[in-house]
Write a protein that binds this ligand. Sequence first.
Ligand code: SF4
Length: 382
Amino acid sequence: MKYVDEFRDPQRAKSLIAEIRATATKKWVLMDVCGGQTHSLLRHGIEQELSEHIELIHGPGCPVCVTPAEAIDFAIRLSHRPDTILTSFGDMLRVPGTSDSLLNARTQGGSVKTVYSPIDAVQLAKQQPNQQIVFFAVGFETTVPATALAVLQAAELNLANFSLLVSHVRVQPAMEAILRSPDNRVEAFLGAGHVCTVAGFDSYSDLTSEFQIPIAITGFEPTDLLEGILNCVVQLEAGTFDVHNAYARTAAQQGNLQALEIMDRVYEVTDRPWRGLGTINDGGYVLRNEWCHVDAEEKFADAAIVSTPLPILQDGGDCRAADVLSGRLRPHECSEFGTRCRPDSPLGAPMVSSEGACAAYFRFSPPPRVKTVTSSVETGTL
Ligand code: SF4
């Protein structure tokens, strides 16, 4: 398939793996930031293939996993209002709030509807003028332009019954928070290609110079990831710390200017709590004042978000999601992994979400289910 096959070329993958093995003189610790990268690294056996030379740890790059329990609780309360329909991406439904999930809320009579895009929620608002339609706006910079567009579209249609429950987060401040944590082990980052496609990576140079750490922007195909890993290893061995774009076919330094302009019309940067990481300075977006009438938190203040004291460092119970999301614990090292915690009986968000690291490990690892990048390419199962 054009545009894909070349990034799954087994010969190229083999040669990159050989080069990484030959270059690394010690076991470097690299963090992938995005859940899509985590899944790809495991699905294609890259983690396994490089395990003697690179320790791959996985960051907070699952938007569903980092949505605070309190925001889910608020969404649940909204779903129980008689005049309100809470709309959300399907991934959010099973993620536990403080004590319940949207899925349970639906079985208990709450109005919760799955949509595929925020524009579907706008359409619903148009079709059901007597209902308040709230879209649960979660996700990184990748989903922010679409929710901003929904706000603009609802305004054009003069819809007074559409609003957003905003829990959007920004990736770079979270990377910085991880680097600043006293037990940080990350020596290089694989930057999330799709986030950089929207937001650009101009400001990553501040991170590389302040923390003297290489960052390679990668896509999600095997050779994308391997090129990024190789670049990080070459830099670490040489003691350099630059931003390298291994996803140049999509990501540009300045990002997508049109998307950024739309985001800027609707949102501004704010401090925001991340589940597991606490409040991160400039770690999210909030609707600008001029859009406060579409802010569900203001519109439905009677159901207001009740914050627990921050930082929220751990989910309740036995789930160690906070450690997983901050790269301190690899999923299969959690004592509940694969026993009490499985995709059909998840204890925490990283096992619920399709982008969650625990779900990735359950699906693709540990051996013997793991397969190697070269063999999976050769058998055509990639
Ligand atoms: S395996 Fe389950 S219990 Fe353990 S951290 Fe992951 S989601 Fe939480």
